[in-house]
Design a binder for this molecule. Structure first.
Ligand SMILES: [Zn+2]
Length: 202
């Protein structure tokens, strides 16, 4: 069953209130449209990303490799249906309500992954740290991303001081390196402050 979270702008932090007409969850997730199939391209791993991201993402991965930092892409595009399945099974696994689970994962229709512009990174040498805020944030991979991702047009979406009612996601970076991507994330970006010491990308 699809749970549609009500729009309660009063529960969103001041400064992050979406403008009138923009759909958001009480935790501050904004609604995103699914990228059209023709806008997507598959990495060698089969993970799809939006074409805009590809060149800079590959440059970023090559730069990390040159610096001897283990880094891989663990997730990219997710359809609304894929998000629905992940959201519902994740909540069931944790034994909590869908509403509570939205702390950990965006409800279907509200994930930056729908755009194909958000990427989850992982440290292939330390798989236990994957998708674990307290431990991934201590990896060499995260330290490297904090210093270098901005140079490739990526910024941290959900830092420790994001002002949103969602978990810290040190692995989740969105691409804002061109006009189209900046337009897609325009509503998410105003009032952004440096998150976890990561300055916003230009
Ligand atoms: Zn993510």
């Amino acid at each position: 069953m699809l749970l549609m979270l009500p729009i309660l702008p009063a529960l969103v932090e001041p400064g992050l209130n979406p403008p009138r007409g923009v759909r958001a969850t009480p935790r501050g997730h904004l609604a995103y449209a699914e990228a059209p199939q023709q806008a997507l391209v598959a990495l060698d791993s089969g993970i799809q990303v939006r074409k805009n991201v590809l060149e800079q993402l590959i440059r970023l991965l090559q730069a990390a490799e040159r610096d001897g930092v283990p880094l891989k892409v663990a997730a990219g595009f997710r359809s609304i249906e894929m998000q629905r399945a992940a959201f519902e099974s994740g909540a069931k696994k944790k034994g909590i309500s869908l509403r509570s689970y939205a702390w950990w994962t965006a409800p279907p229709g509200f994930s930056e992954h729908h755009t194909g512009l958000a990427v989850d990174f992982a440290d292939p040498k330390r798989p236990k740290t994957n998708f674990t805020p307290s431990s991934f944030s201590k990896t060499e991979a995260y330290a490297w991303l904090k210093s270098h991702a901005k140079g490739f047009g990526f910024e941290l979406s959900f830092g420790q001081n994001s002002g949103l009612r969602v978990a810290f996601e040190p692995w989740h970076w969105r691409f804002v390196g061109d006009d189209e991507s900046r337009a897609i994330f325009a509503m998410a970006r105003p009032g952004r402050v440096a998150q976890d010491g990561v300055p916003p990308a230009q």
